[in-house]
Each structure stands twice: as structure tokens, then as C-alpha cells.
Design a binder for this molecule. Structure first.
Ligand SMILES: CC/C=C\CC/C=C/CC(=O)SCCNC(=O)CCNC(=O)[C@H](O)C(C)(C)COP(=O)(O)OP(=O)(O)OC[C@H]1O[C@@H](n2cnc3c(N)ncnc32)[C@H](O)[C@@H]1OP(=O)(O)O
Length: 281
């Protein structure tokens, strides 16, 4: 069942099929009646930062789409400047333990749901995709990005030791030496740079074009048996998901210890202050 903060639209009929929410809709799902492809739009102003509720809405939307027998998922953003600014840093700052546990579990589950989705997945990256924003795009099978934006995992710049499943997200797209350098530098790539290293597959000049290229990619599996495709994908991806499938509690414990450490909290304070001061100048 759809959880709150998610809407399901049927594009062909242009009508709202189902809405469980009277508050802000963090995700929007539109299914194209002709192609059967679902577009999952992140819709959390101002910059699609992923707090607990956002990640839950994303996970639930993906499950809903899978349950509706759609042919594929295109992940995109309602903000034409920002695809996603990654984790909501406010969730990590002086966190309350119970919420932090729920938050981190939701990150693990949301990533597993996307990374191991039975359906073909593609990201129409119509804005900056930073940190977990980049991780979500990398978890998809195909990426189309608009020019003039940035993408990358810069966690080391704000004092975070990148956890293995995030490293693996990059490793499933990029060669190991490139991953090592990018993560250690906290490198953020321009659209052109991302295309040069194959972090993205194509560049599109508009969101419509990006969605269309993603739909063509998903359409390329028309001849594949969906069950065989899904099981083969799972087999190919299982190794990189192993830590979270087998030992989520261990990963959780390690991440929580790190997030609550003075080393990380001090770095985060400084980073957040810098982020806020940008808007006061
Ligand atoms: C714990 C680590 C786990 C694993 C390791 C690897 C993964 C890392 C985890 C993450 O994902 S941490 C998130 C890191 N993300 C960022 O550092 C992004 C920072 N944001 C930006 O660079 C910019 O906001 C932007 C390029 C995305 C968009 O720029 P612009 O359109 O100019 O918007 P503003 O900068 O004015 O932002 C509006 C508003 O939103 C606040 N904000 C932005 N990003 C975040 C965020 N990730 N979490 C919380 N809040 C965020 C920003 O401070 C502004 O707030 P005001 O109150 O000043 O309006």
C-alpha cells in the first residue's frame, strides 16, 4: 500500500489514481499508459535533501511501482536545478538516537530497493546530484544528465568516512582506480567530466529529452524475459549489496558510531556553517 507523502498518477488518463496524503507530496509517481514506464519524481523543496520521511517515501514509491507491474522506473526531480542534495545534513547533526537509527536503516533499505530493483532503472539527472544524490543515480542502470550541473560524492570534504555500500555504488559504475581517486579527493564532476569517465551514459539538452532517452533505455529490454532479467541483475549485483543484505546491523552500528563521534560532528558543524553563510553574503 502507498504510504503517506506519495502520489500515484496515470499519465495516459491524466488523473490522480491514488493519494494517501493531504500534506506535502515528497514523491510523485506517474505511469505512462502506453509504455508502462513509471516516472518517480523527487519533490522535496528546496533541494530534495533526503531526510527520514523522504527516503521512506522513495522506498515505498519504488515498491508500489514494482507491485503495479510497471515496465521500468525513471528517477528524476521536480526541481530543475537540483536532482538531489544528498542526505539531509540536519538529520546527522546532534541526532537523537532513535531517529538516527530509523534514518540510517531507511537509507540502507532505500538503497537496496533501488539497487536491486527487479525493474530496469534509469536516472534523468536534471540538476546537481551530490553525495547520496549521486549514490541514487549510480544505483540506477542508466544515467542521462543535463549540461551545466555537478555530480559526485564529496563526503571526505565534510569529514565522512565513506561506508562500503556507498563505495560499491560507485564501483558498479566506475573502474576501481577512478573510484579511489574520486572518493579520496571528494571529487565533484561537471556533466562533461562525468560523461568522460562514464559516470553518466548520455547528456540531454532538456528534461524531456533526458526522460525520453531513459525511456528508450528501458525499452531496450522489451525482448528480455522480465523474470530472467531481474534474477540475472540480482545475481550480478548481489556481491556489491552483500554487506547490507547479510550484515545491516553491523554497518548500522559502525555508521552510527562514526556519525555521533566528535570528529564527524565538528566537521559537520563547520560544513553546515559554510553552507548557510553562502546564502547570507
Ligand atoms: C553521513 C554520510 C554517509 C555516507 C557517505 C557518503 C554520502 C554522504 C552523505 C550525504 O549525502 S551528505 C549530504 C551532502 N550534500 C551536500 O553537501 C550538498 C550541499 N548543498 C549544496 O551544495 C547546494 O545546496 C546545492 C548545490 C545542492 C543547491 O544549491 P542552491 O540551489 O544554491 O541551494 P542552497 O545552497 O541555497 O540550498 C537551499 C537550502 O537548503 C539547504 N541545504 C542544501 N543541501 C542540504 C543538505 N544536504 N542537507 C540539509 N540542508 C541542505 C541550504 O543550507 C539552504 O538552506 P537555507 O536555510 O540557507 O535556505
Amino acid at each position: 500500500m502507498l504510504r503517506s507523502q506519495t502520489k500515484l498518477f496515470a499519465l495516459g488518463k491524466r488523473q490522480l489514481c491514488r493519494s494517501m496524503s493531504k500534506s506535502c507530496d515528497l514523491t510523485l509517481v506517474e505511469v505512462d499508459d502506453k509504455t508502462g514506464i513509471a516516472t518517480l519524481t523527487m519533490n522535496k523543496p528546496p533541494v530534495n535533501s533526503c531526510n527520514l520521511e523522504m527516503m521512506r517515501a522513495l522506498k515505498d514509491s519504488m515498491k508500489q511501482i514494482e507491485g503495479n507491474k510497471s515496465r521500468g522506473i525513471i528517477l528524476t526531480s521536480s526541481n530543475n536545478k537540483v536532482f538531489s542534495s544528498g542526505l539531509d545534513l540536519n538529520e546527522l547533526r546532534n541526532p537523537e538516537q532513535e531517529r538516527l537509527v530509523a534514518f540510517w536503516k531507511e537509507l540502507q533499505e532505500m538503497w537496496l530497493t533501488l539497487y536491486l530493483s527487479n525493474l530496469p532503472t534509469a536516472a534523468a539527472i536534471n540538476g546537481h546530484a551530490l553525495a547520496v544524490g549521486c549514490v541514487m543515480a549510480s544505483a540506477c542502470e542508466y544515467r542521462v544528465m543535463l549540461p551545466g550541473f555537478t555530480i559526485g560524492i564529496h563526503a571526505t570534504k565534510f569529514g565522512y568516512v565513506v561506508p562500503p555500500f556507498i563505495v560499491n555504488s560507485y564501483l558498479s559504475v566506475l573502474p576501481r582506480p577512478v573510484v579511489e581517486r574520486a572518493l579520496l579527493q571528494g571529487k565533484i564532476f561537471s556533466t562533461d567530466e562525468a560523461q568522460q569517465i562514464n559516470l553518466i551514459d548520455e547528456v540531454a539538452n532538456s528534461k524531456e529529452e533526458a526522460l525520453s532517452k531513459c525511456a528508450s533505455f528501458i525499452g531496450s529490454f522489451a525482448e528480455a524475459n522480465p523474470v530472467a532479467r531481474a534474477l540475472t541483475k540480482r545475481q550480478l549485483r548481489a556481491e556489491f549489496a552483500r554487506t547490507l543484505l547479510d550484515e545491516p546491523e553491523a554497518e548500522l552500528k559502525e555508521s552510527l558510531e562514526y556519525i555521533t563521534s566528535p570528529l564527524f560532528q565538528d566537521s559537520l558543524d563547520a560544513y553546515l556553517a559554510k553552507l548557510k553563510s553562502k546564502n547570507k553574503k
